[in-house]
Each structure stands twice: as C-alpha cells, then as structure tokens.
Design a protein around this ligand. Sequence first.
Ligand SMILES: *[C@@H]1O[C@H](CO)[C@@H](O)[C@H](O)[C@H]1NC(C)=O
Ligand SMILES: *[C@@H]1O[C@H](CO)[C@@H](O)[C@H](O)[C@H]1NC(C)=O
Ligand SMILES: *[C@@H]1O[C@H](CO)[C@@H](O)[C@H](O)[C@H]1NC(C)=O
Ligand SMILES: *[C@@H]1O[C@H](CO)[C@@H](O)[C@H](O)[C@H]1NC(C)=O
Ligand SMILES: *[C@@H]1O[C@H](CO)[C@@H](O)[C@H](O)[C@H]1NC(C)=O
Length: 577
Amino acid sequence: MVVMVVVASYILRYDGHTVLSVDRVLSKRVLQSSPNTTWDWSQRRPDYPISTYQLLPAGKPRQLPQVQATFDSGTTNEGMKWLHRRRQVKAVFERCWSSYRTRAWPYDELYPISGGGHDTFGGWAATLVDSLDTLWIMDMKEDFATAVLDAGRIDFSNSTDEIISIFETTIRYLGGFLSAYDLSGNAVLLRKAVEVGNMLLVAFDTPNHMPIAKWDWRAAKEHYQPQVAPVSALISELGSLSLEFTRLSQITGDVRWYDAIARVTNLFLAQQNATKLPGMWPISVNVRDEDLTSDYTFTLGAMSDSCYEYFPKMYALLGGLESAYQQLYTGSMAVAMERMFFRPMTPGNADILLSGDLFAKDNGTVDLDPRQQHLTCFSGGMLGLGGRLFNMPDLFTVGRKLTDGCVWAYQAMPWRVMPDSARFVPCEPNSECNWAREAWLAEVLKRNESSDNATESARAQNLPEGFTQIDDPKYRLRPEAIESMFVMYRITGDVSYRDKAWEMFQAIDSVTRTELANAELVDVTTPGTPIKDDRMESFWLAETLKYFYLIFSDEMPLHVTIMSEKLRLWEHWPGKE
Ligand SMILES: *[C@@H]1O[C@H](CO)[C@@H](O)[C@H](O)[C@H]1NC(C)=O
Ligand SMILES: *[C@@H]1O[C@H](CO)[C@@H](O)[C@H](O)[C@H]1NC(C)=O
Ligand SMILES: *[C@@H]1O[C@H](CO)[C@@H](O)[C@H](O)[C@H]1NC(C)=O
Ligand SMILES: *[C@@H]1O[C@H](CO)[C@@H](O)[C@H](O)[C@H]1NC(C)=O
Ligand SMILES: *[C@@H]1O[C@H](CO)[C@@H](O)[C@H](O)[C@H]1NC(C)=O
C-alpha cells in the first residue's frame, strides 16, 4: 500500500518501508527558475587543454596500520546514557535543520536570531548540501530524501556571487555531495558532484594549470578575459582540494580531477624545503609564478589549516600508494613539533600543548607568537591520525596533548566556551613550566599598552589565569575542538573524552541557543549572558553537531573513515569494522 503524506511543504509517497517519491508543493526561488540546468560546465571549451594526465596510483592498496581502538559492543546502562546524550544532540540538530528548511532554504544560511536566509557561498543552498551526510548519519532519512530532491535542482551554471571561492565550493558543496553519495549511493548526489566538479575544473584552465582561488565564473564561462592563476593566494586555498578531487576521480574513473590536484601536490613537494621555514609552507603564496617561498608567516590556523590536514588523509585515501603525501606530512610536522607547539603556563600546571604562529626571518631565526586560534584545534586529531598511520608514536602523544589543550581552553573560560583566538605564556621546551602568577601578570601587562596595572588589566578583560590576551573573543560555532576529541576517542577508546564532550556540548548549546536555532557569540568573556551574532555557518550542522553525535555513538553502522576537511565519513580509515 502506498501512503501519501504531506510533510511541511512536501508530498511524500511512502510504502511503509521506503520513500517512493517526494514532491515539493511550495518553494521560493526554485520554482522561479528553471529546475533544469541549461548550461553544463563540461561544454566549455578549454583555453589550455591538457595533453598528458597524471593517473591515480595503480596497484593493490597497502595494508595500513590500525588507527581505531577496538570497542566492545553490547547494551549496558552506560550505553543507555550515551544513547540519551546522542538524542539530545540530534534534537538540537533537528531544531536548527527545521528552522533552516522552513525559514531560510534555498538560501545558503539561516539567520538564527531574526529568521530568514541569506547567501554566503554562491547561493546554492550551502547549509542544505553541507548537512546531507549528517542527515544520513542521524538517521533522518525522510529529511535526507527531500533534501536530495532539492539538491538535485541546484543550478551550478549561475550564482548569486560574482566571485566564487574554489576552496569553499570544494569543501562545502563537492565534499557535501561526495560524502552523502558515499554513504547513501544516491545517484542524484553523484550527478551533482560531477556538475560542481566540472565547474571547479574550469578554474584550473590557466597557462600553468594552477587554480584561480577567487574565481570570476562568468568571465570563465563567456571567455571574456584570459584566465591566469593569482599572484597572491592562501596556502589553504591551494592545498585543501585534494581529497574531494581525488575521491571524485576514484568514483567516476575520470582522472581529470586527480590530475588537477596532483600538479599542485608536485609543487608543494618541489618547494617544501625551499621556504623560509623549510618543511612548511607560508600563508601567502604566488600561484601564477609557482613561488611558495616568499612569505614569512606560518601557522596551522586560519589560511593554512586544512592544507596540512589533507596530507595524512590523502595518504590513506590512496591506499598508501602515494608516498608524496607521507613526505609532505612528516616533513611539515617535524618542524611544527620542534617549533610551533608550545606548552602554556597554567594554574594547574596542565601537561598540554597549544599550536602557535611562527614568523621566520631572513637570517634564519624564527619567532613564536604564542597565540592559539580555535581553528588550530583540528591538529590534535591530525597528529593522532598521522601518528597511527605512519607509526610515529611521538606524533600521537603530541596530538593527544594538543587535543587536551583545546579542552583546557574551553574549561578555563567563564562560559566553558573557548574564544576564537587568545595568547598565553609559553614555557621553554622541556622546562618545569610551573605556574608563576607574577610571570603571567607581567605578560598581561606587556599585551596591554594602555595599562600600567596588570591586575586591573586582567580584571577589566575578564582574563582567566593563564590567558594573557583574548585577541578575538568570538565563538563561531566552530567544530575543530570536538573534531579532535572525537578522533582521539576513536583512536584511544578513552571514555573521558566522551564526558568532556558532554560538558562541552551542554556549555555550547546553553549559551548559543536562540528561539530558532543556535547563533555565534560576539564575546565569550562577557559576564551575564553572552551577546549573540545573527549567524550560523553551515559547519555547525555539517561538522560540530555531527562530531558531538558521533562521539556518543557506540557503533557506527557504516564503513567509516574520516576524510576531508569536514571529517567526511569515507571508507578508508582502517580499523573499525
Ligand atoms: C542568475 O542569478 C542571478 C542572481 O541570483 C539572477 O538575477 C539571474 O536572473 C540568474 N540568471 C539566470 C539565467 O538564471
Ligand atoms: C626535505 O628535507 C628533509 C630533511 O633534510 C628530507 O628528509 C626530505 O627528503 C626533503 N624533502 C624533499 C621534498 O626534498
Ligand atoms: C635576525 O634578524 C632579526 C631581525 O630581523 C634580529 O632581531 C635577530 O637578532 C637576528 N638574529 C641573528 C641570529 O642574527
Ligand atoms: C592595581 O590595581 C588594584 C586595584 O584595581 C590595586 O589594588 C593595586 O594596588 C594596583 N597595583 C599597583 C601596582 O598599582
Ligand atoms: C587595558 O587595561 C585597562 C585597565 O588597566 C583596561 O581598562 C583596558 O580595557 C585594557 N585594554 C585592553 C585592550 O585590554
């Protein structure tokens, strides 16, 4: 028997087991424009055709070391506790999702305070596409089915933006389609992945086949200005395309995407030891002239982060058959281990590490800015994963301390929510690192030019002990801390990460919750109720809530592996059945 149900603005045809079809009754923008894309990016004639493609590495994938701990299954009272917590995470997701769908879709993002939507990433319903795999994982299959239907009608031949970020489009849209396709096998998602993939490839149609990071898609479509790679781009924009492009080539058997990023990888490799900080690459690079060596600033934070994160995941995705990614990873992490990670002086003498910024000088000296960005919190998981994959226990140990550093920074704050960026007192490597209040206050004073009284300055800024300055007091609903906690939990099986995650989840939800959804915070240091900002980026649903859900999940009914910027769940993270 087929039942027809009207859910919100959909008609669902349902046979008791499977959703047979879903039709939209009402939609805003989608109905106004043609549902069928009239232009396909693969029709565009290339200006710089490629004569020889680099092929995916051939051969039988290598047996990679086990990454994940072995977990006992079985239903216990403990198990019920986690089930209950997982449901609470899902309830938060459902609330936000429903508000996005009813009030903001087909826009990119929901305004979580005022309601309504706005476009931030090209106008292709970023939150919808980015959240697809979370919907699947949380077993929201009807919402998934309707979302896929709407995703199938997104028109990538047009955009609300004149300039498109190749990086953001890759991680949010291409990554969104691919991860959901890998989980569900739904053909619509693969078709859309290919559509976006064809568009993204056009940004590589330059004399040296390097991508245009901020891309004028209309000029490319209509050939009205020559395409050239930029003289200034960010290293993350260049380095964080490889997983999605490689996966698309693997699935389709079409090597063009892998070829495109293999050229970038070769450039990284050729110049790895030629930079101002040999082993790592600076934030700003010249892509037109293929010069990655001129800039002086190095970080695992903003504008770099996922470039490094992709190396070990690429190695795993390619079944260990491409050693370049091992070289890129171990070479860069050796430097980060030696210079970038520092132990902050804390009241409890916590044995933790944070990841700072480095400034290289022409004479070879390197200065550490002991500033930790929330974005660097992914690095704990990255070192944990790499430590296991490459059998490097030192990396693993450091990854654990970096993860614990982020947990500490959350717990130290008045609302138990970490700011986007803050400074600390770094201890000398291998020193005792005992708490010294006077030394902390001296640093607080140094950071505040308009004060001659450190105690007063610390109090005026609500600085927790150990923090010397909070240079960006926002909380942007970011995922990196829980991402690393989830990875560490899966690697170690250490349940304390779950308990800490539960505290963190409650803290975040209680201070960011609005009538409709959850919103960014303007300042996590303010007493009283923190002030909210009317913004909810797609990663809140696509990453943050997904990792909270997953860390409370005993079993994963999936072949999981964790890939891509979004910790997408793909099949190549060994060890968990
Ligand atoms: C492309 O998108 C813009 C902005 O949303 C819109 O004004 C325009 O009508 C669209 N063009 C086509 C051909 O759909
Ligand atoms: C860079 O230098 C390191 C250390 O000297 C060396 O092991 C590595 O092979 C070099 N990398 C490349 C790409 O030449
Ligand atoms: C290197 O140069 C910086 C200034 O750029 C200077 O402060 C530092 O003392 C120099 N170090 C050495 C070892 O020459
Ligand atoms: C700093 O200010 C506090 C009160 O805000 C005061 O008690 C203390 O004496 C001041 N310290 C100095 C060195 O002036
Ligand atoms: C510097 O310290 C003074 C108190 O001495 C405080 O009022 C002010 O907010 C501080 N400024 C900054 C930028 O932290």
